[in-house]
Design a protein around this ligand. Structure first.
Ligand code: ADP
Ligand code: MG
Length: 585
């Protein structure tokens, strides 16, 4: 049978070989085993059930959550010469009857149905007459409440299957692989002794970037102006954000379309079509858009605001580059987004336990935004995949970032958390370090702590951001809940005791006008580094040198204000740098 599968792959689909994982899944299904295939978006799940469907006798039911896309899928199969149809509420009763009759008459190999349809009487009546040999449940994570696309009607699938006179082979397909969801799929769909295949989650052709602290509107505008004509999706958190952003872009004559659940169905369908056809190649949308869209030439996915968890992020970002060509996945991060997402979780009807769960998933997104490790590795690790090498192709790996030594700053933050007895959240910790003078600090007498005002040269935002970084790297640990407290993490002790260095990757800032000072400072840094037998970035970062060029400090106290210059480094290197800056004048 597998040889026949290969032949069909070549002949009908025109592909020379299976992609990673596809062959095993097809083979498993052909051996009549219930099969759960967990493969990332764009990996090619459809083929994994379409090929067996062609080889099995009788008909295959494909259960799919999205009525709006069934027609496209069926049309695509039609283009390949595969007899397929769909049955859903978009059709009139007479049409449904006709299609059901044709199905009974064996005219179709694949029939796409919405899960609601399974309960319809008209459908149930015909079941005895149908020879169903295979049921493919697409987007199977919809059965799980833990997923981000829960559909109650998916819960009826198992009962439907057991009502069949003969049990068909069941295949379940999803891109979402957390242990809870996996267990739910197996249990709630009633898979029997399933073969589970998890394909590598890596998508080599995608590059990942996190941009912190950029002006989002400007960024998107610049990006789109530079990428004229390329197809892409921009995800925003709320309907209002989508409307505002789309309107702004349209003003600048950027051909964008938009999509969210608050729009009329007809308008949504029209916009989706314009996007799919590249008439309006950029789609601004909420996360309501995208499931089942298999437009393969999406070149970029920008997250204008924070996704609510890593699963959702990877699925949404994964809509770029289905064709295997390069795709850019850019996440624009602003700390305010966390607050919005927390609010959205608060607004749900979830149980307290479930909310905790959602908060901790959101924390993983925050960690992703703050980590200085390879972003691809971070994502893959989240899905339980080890990868030894840095990818060299994410915003943390590429050389537009550099590594700086932040051990001293880390020690300040960690000791402050310790002094605060791990009883406060990140904002208050930052305020104490900054030396803020608000009522709460006075009331709690926190201004008497030895760690009060240890970091006056940094802005509150910088300190908060830095705390986020320390959390992401495991030096600090947040408790769960909407107002998490900051506690010391497993790696904190070694840093406080001076046994471990803390290094941080930072994006290189764009240079301001150059008059040669930067070069001189770099040279000095190199001399010192050679003398001390250290890499230059451990002396001062490029960012620090750049700020020196901007501020042009003339004495020790103004040099101390430059970000990256602390007491120790001031004492060690201050004089030499000041000398160069002064002589440059
Ligand atoms: P998924 O459902 O896993 O997100 P799709 O089934 O929509 O992915 O497939 C994504 C794209 O990959 C489609 O354009 C499909 O034609 C293409 N594709 C699938 N399998 C192969 C293959 N073996 N070789 C080349 N292209 C493939
Ligand atoms: Mg799919």
């Amino acid at each position: 049978m597998l040889a026949e599968a290969h032949a069909l792959l070549k002949r009908i689909f025109g592909y020379t070989s299976f992609r990673g994982g596809q062959e095993k899944v097809v083979e498993s299904l052909l051996s009549q085993a219930d099969t759960l295939a967990i493969m990332p978006t764009g990996a090619g799940k459809s083929l994994c059930y379409q090929i067996p469907a062609l080889l099995f006798p009788g008909v295959t039911l494909v259960i799919s959550p999205l009525i709006a896309l069934m027609k496209d899928q069926v049309d695509a199969l039609g283009e390949l010469g595969i007899p397929a149809t769909f049955i859903n509420s978009s059709l009139r009763a007479a049409e449904i009857r006709q299609r059901l009759q044709d199905t009974v008459d064996g005219r179709y190999k694949l029939v796409y149905v919405a899960p609601e349809r399974l309960q319809a009487d008209s459908f149930a009546e015909l079941i005895p007459a149908l020879n169903i040999s295979f049921i493919a449940v697409d987007e199977a994570h919809c059965v799980s409440q833990w997923g981000h696309d829960f559909r109650p009607s998916y819960r009826k699938i198992a009962a439907f299957i057991s009502s069949l006179p003969r049990r068909p082979v069941i295949g379940a397909f999803t891109a979402t692989a957390t242990p809870e969801i996996k267990a739910d799929i197996i249990k709630l769909l009633g898979l029997s002794l399933p073969q589970v295949y998890v394909t590598g989650f890596d998508r080599h052709n995608l590059s990942f970037s996190v941009l912190r602290g950029v002006n989002k509107q400007e960024f998107v505008l610049d990006y789109l102006q530079a990428s004229s004509g390329r197809a892409g999706i921009i995800y925003a958190a709320t309907r209002k954000d989508v409307d505002k952003l789309a309107e702004m872009l349209q003003k600048y004559k950027i051909p964008v379309s938009k999509y969210h659940a608050g729009m009329r169905e007809a308008e949504r369908a029209e916009n989706q079509e314009a996007f799919l056809r590249d008439d309006l190649p950029v789609m601004v949308a909420t996360n309501a858009f995208g499931m089942g869209i298999d437009k393969s030439n999406v070149r970029f996915v920008i997250h204008y605001s924070l996704p609510k968890n890593i699963e959702a992020y990877y699925q949404e970002a994964g809509r770029a580059g289905r064709d295997g060509e390069p795709g850019e996945c850019i996440l624009l991060y602003h700390p305010q987004d966390i607050i919005l997402q927390k609010y959205l979780i608060e607004q749900t009807v979830y149980s307290p336990r479930r909310r905790q769960h959602e908060f901790s998933k959101l924390q993983a997104v925050a960690d992703y935004c703050h980590t200085s490790k390879c972003l691809r590795q971070t994502l893959l690790a989240y899905f339980g995949e080890e990868s030894a090498d840095n990818c060299g192709n994410c915003s943390n790996c590429r050389d537009d970032s550099e590594t700086i030594d932040v051990t001293l700053e880390a020690q300040k933050v960690l000791s402050c958390v310790y002094r605060l007895q791990e009883r406060y959240g990140a904002t208050l910790v930052a305020q104490v370090l900054k030396g803020a003078k608000n009522k709460k600090i006075r009331q709690l007498k926190l201004d008497r702590l030895s760690t009060y005002a240890l970091m006056p040269e940094h802005s509150l935002q910088e300190i908060r951001d830095f705390i986020g970084f320390l959390i992401a790297e495991g030096y600090l640990r947040p408790t769960e809940g909407r107002y998490p407290l900051v506690k010391l993490g497993p790696k904190a002790a070694a840093v406080i005791k001076g046994k471990q260095r803390v290094l941080r990757k930072v994006q290189v800032q764009k240079t301001v006008e150059e008059d040669g000072l930067f070069e001189k400072l770099r040279q000095l840094r190199k001399e010192i580094a050679d003398r001390e037998n250290l890499p230059p970035y451990l002396i001062f970062s490029d960012a620090t040198l750049r700020q020196m060029c901007e501020i042009r400090p003339s004495d020790q106290s103004s040099l101390l204000r430059v970000s990256g210059v602390g007491e120790v480094k001031l004492a060690k290197y201050g004089k030499e740098f000041l000398a160069v800056i002064c002589s440059h004048r």
